[in-house]
Write a protein that binds this ligand. Sequence first.
Ligand code: 0O2
Length: 245
Amino acid sequence: MSEWNQEDENIKTRMLSIVDDRAIDWMQRKSAPFIRLMSYYKCAMMEIETKFNVLNEEYSLEFDRNPISSIKTRLKNPRSIKEKLARRGFTPTLTSIEENLNDIAGVRVICSFPEDVYALSEALLIQDDITLIEKKDYIKDPKPNGYRSLHLIVAIPIFLAHEKRMMKVEIQLRTIAMDFWASLEHQLRYKKDSEFTPEMAEELYQCANLSAELDRRMEGLLEKTQQYTAKCFGSTIKTAEFMGE
Ligand code: 0O2
């Protein structure tokens, strides 16, 4: 047996001696409160996702088009949570997670046009069970690297059998073009063993400008089609009118 295989065998024997049934029970007991907290975040995320689906449904009836192209949700994984708390000098406890981290539950709403981003955000924020904690408009003020999106941190109640709990959710609203740029920039940034040279960063920034230009032109086309429809038909044909209401 090679030295490497022997080391493997030793680790396996040690692991099996540690992870007996009692150890498994202990780990499950220890992790239960964390898993419960994560399920609360998941419920809050589902509430927000449903709210956007409802708005999409209503808008598509009103304007005959879908303002939302897709919705993605994600829960931050335990390792990222631990690392983020450590980076910021906070203790790794459940209370600390709830108090200090705002992005355990994340909802990303990919919209068709920039105006949809603002319309959806306004429609969400006027709902009386939503509390706005923080708003960052990286569309009006893009990050220095060119990143654009509208970020909201909100609190939303979830109703459990015997308790109502306020949970925080991070919402990112962006257009398809903004998402295209951000997804590829993220992939490039996290590519192993690679770094951005100033030239590469400048190229990425130029690409962000191109995506912003694309959004402007597509929104211009949307306005033109709306004006054209209004000229031809008097007003945009709405489903309600079509149904004779
Ligand atoms: P992940 O995996 O997407 O969650 P915060 O960490 O939120 O407390 P900050 O920097 O104030 O601190 O938050 P900000 O600026 O609101 O950005 C948080 C999230 O926005 C990031 O989460 C990304 O998802 C996205 N984001 C921000 N800047 C960029 C960027 O330059 N490029 C891309 N592709 N995404 C960005 P995480 O935790 O980094 O990652």
